[in-house]
Design a protein around this ligand. Structure first.
Ligand code: AMP
Length: 560
C-alpha cells in the first residue's frame, strides 16, 4: 500500500454515506409532476412516491422489521415493488427479490438460505407460498399485495393488505443514516446446476452502480439513450438483478415510470402506446415475443429505445427490430455483477464506417462502463492481449460486484480467484476495449479439437429467412467429442431440414467465419425453445430434451 495522507475521522466534519435514500430524494427536485404508473390501475406523482415509501417504512417497522432483517418480495413488476426497493433498504433491512419463476423447492431454498423474516406476497402467489409455508424456517409475518378488492387472504401470519396498511400509516418517516457498506439487496442466481447461489449488494454499491448507469446511458453521444424526459418501462422482472438497477436510475433522475405487472405481450404493446414509453430493457426472447404479438403487427415502434442484454442479441433479431422502428443497444452483465458491466458504443471510427460495421459494433457486449476493469485470461490465469482475436475467460473488477456468494465460501473463492471476478464467459477484447462474448465456457462446442461458439452458430443460423428462433448446443459424439445440434422455431408457413440448413451455412465456411464442423448435422423443428426463469435459452433442458428424442428415435429430428 502507498503511504498516502488519509484523513482521520476526527478531521472529517461530516461523513456522507452513499445510501439509497439519496437516490429517492433527487428525482422530485427536477420534476414533481412526472408519474409512476402501474398497468391501467394506478398512477401517482413523485411526491406521492416519497410519501408512500415513508408509509411503507412505518408499516414495516410496526410489523417488527429491524435493520439487518431480510424482507422478501414476491411480485410482478409493479409500483409496489418500486416502493419496496427503496423502503426496505432505507430501513437498513435487506430486500430479497424472490424469483417467483423458480420451482417451489428452489423458492423455499432461497428464502431459507437468505433467512427471510417477512414476505410481501402478491395474491397470485398465495398457492405457491402456502404450499411451501410449512418448510420455511425463518418467515414470521406476511403482507398481502393485491390488485383486487380482497383485504385479507389465507396467508401465513398475515399482518394485513398493503394498501389498507399504507392508508392507515403516517406519511412521514425519519430515515436514519448508517454505514454505506450495509447490505441493501440480495437475490439468487437462476443456477442451472446445483442450488441457486445468493448474491448481495450494499448501499454504496447500488449508488455507484446507479451513477455509472446514468452516466453511461445519458452522456455518451455515440449512444445517448436515456435522459429524464424519457418514459421508462422495464420488461425485465424486478427479481432479475433489480430490473438491472434501472428503477434506481429512473427514480434518481425523475423519469415517468410505467410498471407493466405480469408480462403479457399484447398488453405490453398497448401500454407502450398508451403511456408513450420511450425506454425499456429486456432479454432477446422477450423482445422477440413483443415483436410477434398480434397487437404489434403493423405498428411503427419509432422512438422506442431498448437495452438488450442477458443473452447475445443476434443480427436478424436486431435488424428485424430496427426495421420495425426500434433503437436497440446491447449491454452485458450478470447477476453477480449487479449487473452493468458494458454497453455497445459507437465511436468516431464506427460512425464514419459502413452500416455493417456499425451493426457489428452494436451487437457486441460493448465497452466497459466507467469504473469497470475487464481482462481476459487463459487457463493458467495469464492475461491475454486485447487484440480482438485472443479469447479467454472474462474476469472483472468494479466497485459494485457481489463480494461473495452468501454463505458459500468455496464457491466464493472460485468466483474471486486471483482477486478478479470470474464470469465463466469466453470473450475477446478489441484494441479499443470493446468486449465480445464468444460463449459461456460450458456452452462452447468442443468438436474434433476445435472450440466453436454456439452463439456464433445461432447468429448465422438466425439469418436464414425461415428461422424465427434458434438455439445451438453441443451433443456428445463418439468420433468428435461433441457435435452441434440446432433447435429451430420456423416463421409461419416456412420449412427447413438439415440439408437446406447446410446449404445456408456453407458460404460462412467459405468466408472463414466457421469451420465445416460447425454446421449442425442434426436439427429439430420445435414450436417453442425451453427458456430459463428469466427468459434465456435453457441449454441444460435443451440437451436433456435432445437426449430423450435420440433415445426415442423421435421424428422431430432431421439429420444429414
Ligand atoms: P444471469 O446471471 O442469469 O443474468 O446471466 C449472466 C450471463 O448471461 C452472462 O454470464 C453471459 O453468459 C450472458 N449474457 C449477459 N449479457 C450478454 C450479452 N450481451 N451477450 C452475450 N451473453 C450475455
Amino acid at each position: 500500500m502507498l503511504q498516502t495522507r488519509v484523513i482521520p475521522p476526527a478531521e472529517n466534519a461530516y461523513q456522507y454515506p452513499l445510501l439509497i435514500k439519496s437516490l429517492l430524494l433527487s428525482g422530485v427536485r427536477y420534476e414533481r409532476n412526472r408519474e409512476i404508473v402501474y398497468r391501467d390501475k394506478v398512477r401517482y406523482t413523485y411526491p406521492t412516491l416519497i410519501e408512500r415509501v415513508a408509509r411503507l417504512a412505518n408499516v414495516l417497522s410496526a410489523a417488527g422489521v429491524k435493520a439487518g432483517d431480510t424482507v422478501g418480495v414476491m411480485d410482478w413488476d409493479s409500483h409496489r415493488y418500486l416502493e419496496c426497493m427503496f423502503a426496505i433498504p432505507m430501513l437498513g433491512a435487506v430486500l430479497q427479490t424472490i424469483n417467483i419463476r423458480l420451482s417451489p423447492e428452489q423458492i423455499t431454498y432461497t428464502m431459507n438460505h437468505a433467512g427471510a423474516k417477512f414476505v410481501l406476497c402478491n395474491s397470485e402467489f398465495i398457492p405457491v407460498f402456502n404450499g411451501i409455508a410449512a418448510h420455511l424456517h425463518s418467515v414470521q409475518k406476511t403482507i398481502l399485495l393485491t390488485d383486487g378488492e380482497e383485504k385479507t387472504a389465507d396467508l401465513f401470519n398475515l399482518v394485513g393488505e398493503y394498501e389498507s396498511l399504507l392508508a392507515a400509516a403516517s406519511p412521514c418517516y425519519d430515515f436514519q443514516d448508517f454505514d454505506e457498506n450495509s447490505v441493501a439487496t440480495t437475490f439468487y442466481t437462476s443456477g442451472t446446476t446445483g442450488n441457486p447461489k445468493g448474491v448481495y449488494f450494499t448501499h454504496r454499491q447500488l449508488v455507484l452502480h446507479t451513477l455509472a448507469v446514468s452516466t453511461t446511458l445519458g452522456s455518451l453521444d455515440g449512444n445517448r439513450i436515456m435522459g429524464n424526459s424519457d418514459v421508462y418501462m422495464p420488461i425485465t422482472p424486478m427479481f432479475h438483478v433489480h430490473a438491472w438497477g434501472m428503477p434506481f436510475a429512473a427514480t434518481m433522475l425523475g423519469l415517468k415510470q410505467v410498471y407493466p405487472g405480469r408480462y403479457d405481450p399484447e398488453f405490453l404493446v398497448e401500454l407502450w402506446k398508451k403511456e408513450k414509453v420511450t425506454f425499456s430493457h429486456c432479454v432477446p426472447t422477450i423482445l422477440q415475443m413483443v415483436l410477434n404479438a398480434k397487437a404489434a403487427q403493423g405498428v411503427d415502434f419509432k422512438g422506442w429505445k431498448l437495452i438488450i442484454g442477458g443473452s447475445a442479441l443476434n443480427r436478424s433479431l436486431f435488424l428485424n427490430a430496427k426495421e420495425r422502428g426500434m433503437h436497440l443497444t446491447t449491454a452485458y452483465g450478470m447477476s453477480e455483477t449487479g449487473p452493468i458491466i458494458s454497453g455497445a458504443y459507437l465511436n468516431d471510427g464506427d460512425l464514419a464506417g459502413t452500416e455493417d460495421q456499425r451493426t457489428a459494433s452494436l451487437l457486441k457486449a460493448g465497452v466497459p462502463v466507467p469504473l469497470v476493469q475487464a481482462r481476459i485470461i487463459d487457463a493458467e490465469g495469464k492475461s491475454l492481449p486485447h487484440d480482438g482475436h485472443a479469447q479467454g475467460e472474462l474476469v472483472l473488477r468494479a466497485p459494485w460486484l457481489t463480494m461473495a456468494y452468501f454463505n458459500e465460501p468455496e464457491k466464493s473463492a472460485e468466483l474471486w480467484e486471483g482477486g478478479w471476478l470470474h464470469t465463466g464467459d469466453v470473450a475477446a477484447i478489441g484494441t479499443g476495449g470493446a468486449i465480445e462474448i464468444r460463449d459461456r465456457i460450458k456452452d462452447v462446442i468442443k468438436t474434433g479439437g476445435e472450440w466453436i461458439s454456439s452463439l456464433e452458430l445461432e447468429d448465422l443460423i438466425s439469418r436464414h429467412p425461415a428461422v424465427r428462433e434458434v438455439a445451438v448446443v453441443g451433443i456428445p459424439d463418439e468420433r468428435w467429442g461433441e457435435t452441434p445440434f440446432a433447435l429451430v422455431v420456423l416463421r409461419d408457413g416456412e420449412s427447413l431440414d438439415a440439408a437446406s440448413l447446410q446449404m445456408h451455412m456453407l458460404p460462412f465456411v467459405d468466408q472463414g467465419r466457421i469451420n465445416k464442423w460447425g454446421i449442425p448435422r442434426s436439427i429439430a423443428l420445435v414450436s417453442e425453445i425451453p427458456k430459463t426463469s428469466v427468459g434465456k435459452l435453457d441449454k441444460k433442458v435443451i440437451r436433456l430434451q435432445i437426449a430423450q428424442w435420440q433415445t426415442e428415435g423421435s421424428s422431430v429430428i432431421s439429420s444429414l
